[in-house]
Design a protein around this ligand. Sequence first.
Ligand code: FES
Length: 101
Amino acid sequence: MSTLTIMPSGKTVEVEAGTNLLQAILDAGEKLISKCGGDAKCGACHLFLTGGRKGVSKMTPAENAKLDTLIGIGSKSRLACQMTLLGTEPVTVELLGALSG
Ligand code: FES
């Protein structure tokens, strides 16, 4: 299992390893928009990975390329739809609300 903490609400959920992060966030009842169906095309699922870098899959070239086109990205930026929870360490993400997409 993977422990996922979602900020700013602070909600913590236990998620099966191998679960897509976007799906896990939606399952937790949090709001995260997906306009492209998880295809690394819209950027709406942009969030900050603030803890547990080793607990998620590495960035793919498609994710990296999309992030390069977004405004407001930082060193912690990731696209939730492109990430898999690995269960190796607890993960904390910060949803960006209106800033996202
Ligand atoms: S849902 Fe569109 S880039 Fe992630």
